[in-house]
Design a protein. Sequence first.
Length: 173
Amino acid sequence: MTQPESLSQPLGGPKLTHQDDPPQLANDRQLVALLSDLIMMHMDDTVGEVLYMLGQHKLSMPQLVTLHTLYHRGELSVSELAHELQLSLAATSHLIDRLVRRGMLTRHEHSTDRRHKQVRVTASGAALVESLVQLKTRALAREVQCMPPDLRVRLRHLLEEVAASVRQADSTP
């Protein structure tokens, strides 16, 4: 398995060689590569269905990411959403305008500062995100069903630990 370039070369720095890596870093690189492979296999299983769904709803990928972000984060200001999406305010405003016209987002003035606009996903926007989540969940269920029962049990316990560890790390300032 080849090492992705992004793991072997820091931004703006020289290419690193792995021969001098401490053993734990080498293990971490292998773990990251395995996780990446699993994610890519899952994406390969669902990309056709996702693209079909985008085509059916005439949505771009940035529009889908916008809906997904607001669905999971809740109501945000335009500037908060721009920061979250790593887009300019102008590009974010255009995305919002198109989704508001499609009835997938609502935009209203902030309750205490009328200069700021708040954006939230509508019921139809939420339904689209939920159908995409269901699509992904069905694909994961098919993938899990291919595993022997004892492996599924071990994986569930391990993923519970992983999820708890990630949540704890995310909540630590």
